[in-house]
Ligand binder design. Structure first.
Ligand SMILES: [Zn+2]
Length: 277
């Protein structure tokens, strides 16, 4: 137990650099990597089950500018997995609460909150202000929009998806590795999406996949290791099994293929029920 003589140093008195000390010790990060993190900007679409661990990890690591896009408010049923929020936040806009939590975690970085839904009209302005994008949404219409916008605007995209005890993650380098549409050329039907949602989810599933997505963002920024570009990581949390499978870009893809038929976003129809997982 800490004795009264050992007074804790307050955050304002902490020596500069101590916040990132343990990652500065890493040969893959060091002062140069930390500088890259400080200069990086990441837009996270969806501040739900996946977005929560992703945002916390990126903010804690010192990513200099983080954008949070989410048009939803916190509800009681979010709290089994959306670890950014507390019971007292119910009814509050997620993007604004997320900003408050992340600023409290790391006041040395910039957090921009966008408490609105991503749509074809605001996608360009949002995406163009950031170096890269993370998809933390859970519905297909928004996933297609995020992926199409990332390809059209040339932004690296980090994708996570979860259901029940299962999840997956992959990274899109536009027009180089497979996009979301290469993986799912046809949108699942509304009935299939409802069935997937009805399987429910344990909070640990987005916790694990969100942390993997954030880890790949951080490695991409500092330039070390593998980023899951052109690879699909599948997690079977029920049996503690992970599998890595190659992901090929589809030359017939409507957005990143050799003869794309989707070349702009503004004619797209977006499902108004989009939400984060
Ligand atoms: Zn594609």
């Amino acid at each position: 137990m800490t004795s009264s003589k050992h007074v804790r140093t307050s955050s304002c008195e902490a020596p500069a650099g101590r916040r990132y000390e343990r990652q500065l010790w890493m040969k893959q990060v060091g002062p140069q990597g930390q500088e890259k993190l400080a200069k990086a900007s990441v837009l996270v679409v969806g501040a739900g089950g996946l977005g929560s661990p992703i945002l916390l990890c990126l903010a804690a690591a010192g990513v200099g500018t983080i954008g949070v896009v989410d048009g939803d408010s916190v509800s009681l049923s979010n709290l089994n997995r959306q670890v950014l929020y507390s019971t007292g936040d119910i009814g509050q806009p997620k993007a604004l609460v997320a900003k408050e939590r992340l600023v409290a975690l790391n006041p040395e970085i910039r957090i921009e909150a966008y408490p609105s839904r991503l749509d074809p009209d605001n996608a360009y302005a949002l995406f163009s202000a950031y170096d890269m994008v993370v998809d933390g949404t859970d519905n297909y219409s928004t996933r297609y929009l995020v992926s199409d916008a990332a390809v059209l605007f040339g932004k690296p995209l980090f994708v996570g998806a979860v259901s029940n005890l299962h999840g997956m993650a992959f990274t899109v380098i536009p027009r180089t590795t497979a996009c979301f549409r290469c993986l799912y050329p046809k949108s699942p039907t509304a009935a299939m999406a409802r069935e997937e949602r009805a399987r429910g989810i344990l909070g640990t599933t987005p916790g694990i996949i969100g942390s993997i997505v954030a880890q790949n963002v951080l490695k991409y920024i500092v330039g070390c290791g593998d980023w899951l570009a052109g690879k699909l990581l599948l997690m079977d949390g029920e049996d503690n099994r992970f599998e890595l499978v190659p992901l090929e870009r589809d030359p017939q893809c409507r957005v990143c293929g050799d003869q794309p038929t989707i070349t702009e976003l503004f004619s797209m129809k977006i499902d108004p029920r989009q939400s984060s997982c």
